[in-house]
Design a protein around this ligand. Structure first.
Ligand code: ZN
Length: 335
């Protein structure tokens, strides 16, 4: 007999949604950790706005999110399982829409006593990989590009003056105009770069913004906004400073992490309003809870990221494409 105990489920947002039954990014209830958080568009609908105590995903007050507990999430998933056999499809669809989860057979979360702890948010995919870093970097570079100052060229010149270890060498195409044009042309409005390159660059670019960009725009009409944007970016760098310690097995204080993330969120709001606030931003504010869940069990490494998977994703996928669901079946059977 094979007995498997699952301790962590770590993946990007898309995979977590797929395996947990969470409705996810474009859903009315996009956050799988919260019971009271609506999407921006849902909160604008009169029938949703009338729901008591619900907030939109831009709310920074965590006390109003109605965070799931292990018990509340298990109860919800059990209710959905029961409803799937008793409700007509239209009512079932409505029920699922309003709770942010859909019923899936052999839901992994129902096979464990602590589903909240199982859902390990991967900070690398929240910060990099079209995450907060990539979006804020793009916004600052776009704002700082004028007819007389090409922020991207200035950035590449600044970055080129540094020497990087061969193991983390930047790809040559990062430093050419064509790359910036590709970033600008994209619908996603992000700075296109790998997570590893983002981690290499984030602190250097903080110096670039503070030492080159802001002085250049001093006295201009855009200076105050750029100061606010760079402050947000700088505080995001403080958050990354803490998160990347996990690569070296260093334990991070959840209270300190929460304090840094809250400071970044407030600065982000001051710079962008809710215009640049996405589910990944909201999920980033859950990271301190992820650490607390593990700290309560006195686990040595308290926060995780998918760096290995990111670097070897294609090789891993090639080897495991046929095995993923086999593993899921093993995990979900009654043991
Ligand atoms: Zn949430």
């Amino acid at each position: 007999m094979l007995i498997v105990e699952i301790e962590h489920l770590i993946a990007d947002v898309k995979a977590l949604i797929e395996v947990s039954g969470a409705m996810g990014v474009s859903a009315i209830m996009p956050c799988w950790f919260c019971r009271k958080v609506l999407s921006f568009s849902a909160k604008l609908k009169p029938e949703m706005a009338a729901l008591p105590d619900f907030v939109d995903v831009g709310c920074l007050d965590a006390a109003r999110w109605g965070k799931h507990t292990d018990a509340s999430l298990l109860q919800l998933l059990q209710e959905l399982k029961h409803a799937s056999t008793t409700l007509i499809p239209a009512m079932m669809k409505r029920k699922q829409t309003l709770c942010g989860y859909k019923h899936i057979e052999n839901n992994l979360l129902l096979a464990v006593p602590r589903p909240i702890k199982l859902l390990c948010l991967d900070w690398m995919h929240l910060i990099f990989q079209s995450g907060n870093f990539n979006r804020e970097l793009f916004r600052i570079l776009r704002k700082a590009t004028t007819r007389t100052f090409h922020a991207y060229r200035a950035m590449t010149q600044y970055v080129s003056a540094y020497h990087y270890p061969a193991a983390i060498a930047l790809r040559p195409n990062l430093l050419c105009d064509a790359h910036w044009e590709a970033c600008k042309d994209g619908d996603a409005q992000v700075f296109k770069r790998s997570a590893s390159e983002g981690l290499t660059l984030y602190a250097v670019l903080c110096k670039f913004f503070e030492g080159i960009v802001l002085p250049h725009f001093n006295g201009s009409a855009d200076h105050a906004l750029l100061v606010a944007m760079v402050k947000s970016y700088s505080l995001l760098c403080d958050v990354v400073d803490l998160l990347q310690l996990c690569k070296f097995g260093v334990k991070v204080s959840p209270d300190l992490l929460e304090k840094k993330i809250d400071a970044w969120a407030l600065a982000h709001r001051a710079a962008y309003g809710t215009d640049c606030w996405f589910l990944k931003n909201h999920l980033t504010m859950h990271l301190a809870d992820i650490v607390r869940e593990r700290e309560a069990d006195d686990e040595e490494t308290s926060i995780f990221a998918c760096w290995l998977l990111d670097r070897n994703v294609y090789a891993i996928y090639k080897c495991t494409a046929d095995l993923v669901w086999l593993h899921a079946e093993i995990c979900c059977c009654d043991i």
